[in-house]
Design a protein around this ligand. Structure first.
Ligand SMILES: [Zn+2]
Length: 510
């Protein structure tokens, strides 16, 4: 159990300090300023989003001796009593702890007595959906005839479990899950005051891992500080959250085997957002895939893993082929040479490429393209008037001949510096029409990446530099000629590398 010191210490004391619930606090502030406070509120929303804190602020506001614009002053004796948890007229009931039977009975007995010191008795009932049926009914009776000096704040994470007759007697507010940036802002506010020096990536990880609950985020920060002292690193946050490369590697391998692109992309995204080292992750993945390859080819005994892991691998390879594993090893193995440490893009591309089925036999690319343009289904996207048609000396063969050079010129370009990696395996030049170069992409995923204006602009600029005149760019989808691609696969040194790593091809499936 966490101590929740930070959570208590840094809980908001005014409506303005409640993070991320402006739609609630604005309405409440207006009601308080106008003196139009309801007798019953229902605060709904996920845990740790400020429901009971807002209830307490409301309790202070209605009883404050010198309220400012409806809000509590936090200075008067009444406000201080609430802040210190000793206000007799603010009664908090946790319905989750013993389902509220005794508390609601007590409430029924005492609610009609006038407040001890304050103007209002405020009952804050947390997790109200947990009340037993008799307790719920008893509460309902009170809400049907509330004494003028009583205000009820009911809080719940599961409003659909609250009696509809109770809900209908309350003014309802829905609290939202906090955005990551709202949580980061609040933690960034707390850290210097607690003398905590934390890496920004660690803060981001905490915000992401706690899924919009500020209380969870504050508790996690407190645990980290208690355990690691006042300098907190990303790796420590990862350890505390149980984030570890090995589990994610096995997870991605499962998605590769089951050819599940969305799940695989999600895993890669999580790996990246959790701040794991992508280069290391990829190395681990290639190694894991190699083990699968060995297991699949019947050499499981040489794989150095625990017996549980070996069993898992055996189960996994039942649903795949040697070909598929080999393809995955080649693609992810190739990444390692060009991966920069921050971009998940090369991993995403490799995943998509290795999961999508290889193209069947197709007519030559140029013929395909002629078909497509004949159908006139592709609008030419040249808004600006073309430059006076200079004689185009550069035909498609010229582009094909110099394509490698062009790709190399993109090294280091793009926000991640890996534009060359993207273009190398994703497309080829297939035609030139006037001043427009047509690039054929094998997969929609890659095509859409390059159609993104920020990449498009860079590619066009480089085309101008390398080929000596400005070119427009058009991206189309094509199928890869299988014969040509398997030829290049054979030439690929990584295939040989995979075999040298110990892979044995028992049977080549196609
Ligand atoms: Zn006050």
């Amino acid at each position: 159990m966490t101590s929740q010191v930070f959570y208590r210490k840094w809980r908001p004391h005014t409506l303005a300090e409640v993070v991320g619930q402006e739609h609630v606090t604005r309405t409440l502030r207006n009601a308080l300023a106008l003196g139009r406070v309801s007798h019953a509120y229902l605060f709904c929303g996920p845990r740790g989003t400020g429901k009971t804190s807002t209830g307490r602020i409301l309790a202070k506001a209605v009883n404050c001796l010198s309220p400012a614009q409806g809000g509590p002053c936090n200075v008067c004796s009444s406000c201080q009593a609430v802040n210190e948890g000793r206000a007799l007229d603010v009664i908090e009931i946790d319905a989750a702890s013993n389902r509220g039977i005794d508390e609601i009975r007590d409430l029924r007995e005492k609610v009609n007595y006038a407040p001890n010191l304050a103007r209002y008795k405020v009952y804050i009932i947390d997790e109200v959906h947990m009340l037993t049926e008799p307790a719920s009914n008893a509460l309902l009776k009170t809400l049907e005839e509330p004494p003028p000096h009583a205000i009820f704040v009911l809080a719940t994470t599961e409003p659909h479990k609250v009696l509809p007759t109770i809900v209908s007697r309350c003014q309802r507010f829905d609290f939202h899950r906090l955005s990551q940036s709202a949580i980061i802002d609040k933690l960034s506010f707390i850290c210097p005051k607690e003398n905590i020096d934390i890496e920004p990536e660690a803060l981001r990880l905490i915000a992401r891992a706690t899924a919009g609950s500020l209380r969870d985020a504050e508790n996690l920060l407190e645990q980290l500080a208690a355990y690691y002292g006042h300098e907190i690193k990303l790796a420590q946050a990862q350890t505390m959250l149980g984030i570890n490369s090995d589990l994610r590697i096995a997870e991605l391998a499962r998605h590769i085997v089951s050819r599940d692109i969305p799940a695989g992309l999600q895993t890669i995204n999580n790996v990246s957002e959790d701040g794991l080292d992508l280069r290391q992750f990829n190395r681990g993945l290639v190694d894991y895939l190699r083990c699968l390859l060995l297991v699949k080819s019947g050499s499981g005994e040489v794989v150095d893993v625990t017996s549980n892991e070996l069993e898992e691998m055996k189960r996994l390879v039942v649903n795949t082929t040697l070909d598929h594993l080999l393809k995955a090893i080649k693609l992810f193995g190739a990444i390692d040479l060009r991966l920069d440490n921050y971009s998940p893009l090369p991993l995403e591309l490799a995943l998509v490429e290795c999961v999508l089925p290889s193209a069947e036999k197709q007519p030559p690319l140029s013929a395909q393209f002629a078909e497509v343009t004949k159908a006139a289904s592709l609008p030419v996207e040249a808004e600006s008037p073309r430059p006076p048609e200079a004689e185009v000396k550069q035909d498609i063969d010229y582009f094909r001949k110099h394509w490698k050079e062009f790709i190399q010129s993109l090294r280091g370009e793009g926000s991640r510096g890996n534009l060359d990696a993207l273009l190398r395996s994703a497309c080829e030049p297939i035609a030139v029409e006037g001043d427009t170069l047509i690039l054929g992409f094998y997969y929609r995923f890659h095509k859409e990446k390059i159609e993104d204006p920020k990449y498009q602009h860079l590619v066009k600029r480089k085309l101008g530099e390398v080929f000596g005149q400005p070119y427009q760019l058009r991206c189309v989808l094509i199928s890869r000629d299988k014969k040509a691609s398997s030829q290049t696969e054979l030439e690929n040194p990584l295939v040989r590398a995979a075999l040298e790593m110990g892979a044995k091809i028992v049977n080549e499936e196609s």
